[in-house]
Design a protein. Structure first.
Length: 329
């Protein structure tokens, strides 16, 4: 029997699933993975945001009844769709999922256990897999740090779908409309600097489906330009945020900016394979104070990359060698 207290209780987790022009069976697989969790109906909220798909999947979802909230809107991109979900979510915690992916119930339970057993948990950061064969392992105790400590000391997983986060710490943070590439890299660091307690675990609780038709796999000139421009905009936004942040938070954001700048140069090399274009990219970064990369003890990969990009010969070597290394793998 359901009590009045239960009726009015906030869900423990709101699951925000963004959908656009995908096979409906993928969306159903995603929803089913949530329903298999040990959450009671009043403990979960499943919000499906249809971002103006050519054909609405609503009729194919009728069998879910009151288990889901379906919202259809004019196409605005994944950032706008996620914001719609965030604005209507009622849960104490938020989990964002792309409709072509799904949770791995037996492993995601570990993340739920963390928030159930730790009232102070602001964010739970976990891992993902693209291996369709899932194995349940025994994982050690999660590590706890402040979000700022995490940003200052580790290479974070920027994907927002690897974060189960407390809605109350989000404040007014939203995804930037129009950003189709790297929107997570802008959102996640802002979330972390607000978090007093971040629990990290190596559990691979999220299945990321690799699709050749996804945005990150498009290699036409327009898509490449859009991807690089979006990444650059994210870097500039975070850099501006660092300049107005307290010193301890500034250090963490600046570290992330340096890492993203390295990734931006790397992707410019890999996507264009052009020395002149890469030099042009670096010149623009230098003019804005983002190059050369800071001489910091981050990772060996970062240190070598910094040295090579800082000389004309080294940059030429990178443009020639990096694509071959990827092809060899």
């Amino acid at each position: 029997m359901t009590t009045n207290h239960t009726i009015h209780q906030k869900p423990l987790v709101s699951f925000i699933v963004t959908y656009y022009n995908l096979p409906v069976d993928m969306l159903c697989q995603c929803i089913d993975s949530i329903l298999k969790l040990s959450l009671l109906p009043f403990e979960r909220e499943i919000i499906i945001v249809d971002d103006g798909s050519t054909q609405s999947p609503k009729d194919d979802l009728l069998h879910y009844g009151n288990e889901i909230v379906y919202v259809r809107q004019k196409n605005g991109g994944v950032s706008v769709a996620r914001n719609t979900g965030l604005n209507i979510a009622n849960g104490r915690y938020i989990q964002i999922i792309d409709a072509d992916d799904y949770l791995i119930p037996s492993l995601y339970e570990h993340c739920l256990d963390i928030i159930r057993n730790n009232d102070d948990a602001d964010v739970v950061m976990f891992d993902f897999t693209n291996n369709a064969v899932h194995t349940t392992k025994t994982y050690g105790l999660p590590q706890r740090k402040t979000g700022t400590e995490l940003l200052c000391s580790e290479n974070i997983r920027g994907a927002v779908w690897c974060c189960l986060f407390r809605e109350a710490i989000r404040g007014h943070i939203q995804f930037t409309a129009g950003i189709a590439y790297g929107e997570d890299e802008e959102f996640t660091p802002q979330l972390l600097i607000r978090a007093k307690n971040v629990y990290t675990t190596k559990v691979q609780a999220y299945y990321y489906r690799k699709r050749n038709t996804s945005a990150t796999h498009q290699i036409d000139d327009a898509s490449i330009t859009k991807r690089l421009n979006d990444t650059k905009e994210v870097i500039y936004h975070l850099n501006r945020l660092a300049s107005t942040s307290p010193q301890n938070k500034k250090q963490g954001i600046q570290r992330r900016v340096a890492q993203l700048t390295m990734d931006y140069i790397y992707n410019t090399i890999m996507l264009t394979r052009s020395v002149p274009i890469t030099r042009q990219c670096i010149k623009a970064l230098r003019n804005d104070g983002l190059f050369p990369l800071p001489d910091c003890n981050y990772t060996k990969k970062y240190q070598w990359f910094r040295r090579l990009t800082n000389s004309r010969l080294g940059l030429s070597i990178l443009v020639k060698v990096l694509p071959l290394m990827k092809k060899e793998r």
